[in-house]
Design a protein around this ligand. Structure first.
Ligand code: BES
Ligand code: ZN
Length: 395
């Protein structure tokens, strides 16, 4: 190529990207006409079949379509955006392998619930978190096949039940797994306006040390992951004590059997997927109390949703003052967020440090809260972040 044509090419490329690209969507028939009248002139209805309409819209109309579906149809993910015209056609004719369930394609990631979030964040007390970590690390281990692992979950369940005892919109249950002893624990606060829309905060409740004799080894698992469970416990406490009334359904989960292949969360995520659950967002809290990096909170980029990750970063900037955040990656499916991601739901995994700076005592008998000088000031940042996530998505 001669030098003369090079700038022209660059100009053409710039123009090409600046131009609005068309996006193929499929949407329920009832919403299609309404949608067409609200969107740009370039919107075209292509074909309707099986109660579904296929249409072409401008890329730049996608956010306003989301808005429309949410406010006029009280639907989240009431449409599906497709990678290609062929993919959209396949969905229309029912040939698609994709599950055409109500999918969580829409979340409003604007930040405007300051009046609710600020007072909630101010209620977080790190001493509550350190107390719960100390309790949990006292179980000999929390291994998925040991009685200790069952007893520790009974503790989590009764602790969470005590926090919501005064409410009639909340309950806490075991999720039993058929292949091992340890149950998962699930706390639900039912939404008062859109109970079908679900926001999930979870972490694994099991612990492990060594590869053999997992049932017998001492595995305090203070950071991995009593810290996450205790952070979640403080989030529940603040919501309960402030008598927060969610519009959507909030679920808090303590998964069994993460340390042996994400097995508890996988079962739960797959079940909710096959039940057609409309899950707006999932946050995984796994290791929150070791302050090992210059960054306070590190968003893992693999097996997570990048838009939601950025949203959480923005929430930190808005609500968790003085706390820095950035990105890193695990490099593999390192925790339960991957179970949700693989089931098609937007998941995030805000982590305690960059991977190379993480707590080196995990999976040993040395993983106790003394490593974090017996306090939970680092985990408290995660509780504030998680509260802002729940409240900002709940509208
Ligand atoms: N908390 C760890 C995950 C982790 C470790 C995240 C280090 C970031 C940095 C988790 O409990 C764990 O141990 N995961 C396993 C994988 C799992 C599929 C058994 C791991 O990392 O080896
Ligand atoms: Zn682990």
């Amino acid at each position: 190529m001669t030098k003369k044509f090079f700038p022209i090419l660059i100009m053409a490329m710039l123009l090409g990207t600046a131009q609005a690209a068309p996006v193929w969507i499929t949407i329920d028939n009832d919403a299609a006409e309404h949608t067409k009248s609200h969107l740009g002139k370039s919107t075209q209805i292509f074909k309707s079949m099986n109660g579904i309409t296929m249409m072409k819209i401008d890329e730049q109309d996608v956010p306003s379509l989301s808005h429309e579906m949410h406010h006029d149809f009280k639907r989240c993910g009431g449409f599906v955006a497709h990678d290609s015209k062929e993919d959209a056609l396949a969905t229309l004719s029912g040939e698609s392998k994709r599950v055409f369930a109500k999918k969580n394609l829409f979340s409003d990631y604007s930040i405007n619930q300051q009046d609710l979030v600020r007072p909630a964040v101010a209620m977080v007390k790190s001493s509550n978190i350190s107390q719960t970590i100390t309790k949990l690390q006292e179980f000999h281990n929390r291994y998925y096949q040991s009685q200790y692992g069952v007893d520790s979950q009974k503790y989590v369940k009764s602790k969470w039940a005590s926090l919501i005892a005064a409410r009639n919109d909340a309950s806490v249950e075991f999720f039993q797994h058929s292949k091992w002893k340890q149950p998962s624990v699930v706390l639900t606060i039912k939404g008062s306006v859109s109970p079908d829309e679900v926001i999930i905060i979870g972490g694994h409740a099991d612990s492990i040390a060594g590869y053999f004799g997992g049932s017998r080894n001492r595995a305090p698992g203070a950071d991995d992951n009593a810290s996450g469970i205790s952070t979640i416990t403080e989030v529940i406490r603040v919501l309960a004590d402030s008598n927060y009334q969610p519009k959507k359904t909030l679920k808090f989960m303590g998964y069994a059997a993460e340390e042996v292949g994400l097995r508890g969360s996988k079962e739960i995520a797959q079940k909710m997927k096959s039940d057609g659950a409309n899950i707006l967002g999932v946050m995984q809290l796994d290791m929150t109390n070791y302050n090992g990096s210059d960054l306070d909170i590190v968003m893992m980029t693999d097996y997570t949703n990048s838009t939601q990750n950025e949203f959480i970063g923005n929430l930190i900037d808005e609500y968790v003052s003085g706390v820095s955040w950035g990105y890193d990656k695990c490099g593999y499916a390192c925790s339960d967020h991957a179970s949700w991601h693989n089931a098609g739901f937007p998941a995030s995994m805000p982590f305690e440090a960059k991977k190379r700076d993480m707590n080196g005592n995990i999976h040993t008998s040395r993983d106790t809260i003394s490593v974090s000088r017996n306090n939970a000031s680092h985990a408290a940042k995660f509780a504030k972040m998680a509260l802002s996530f729940v409240i900002e998505l709940d509208r």
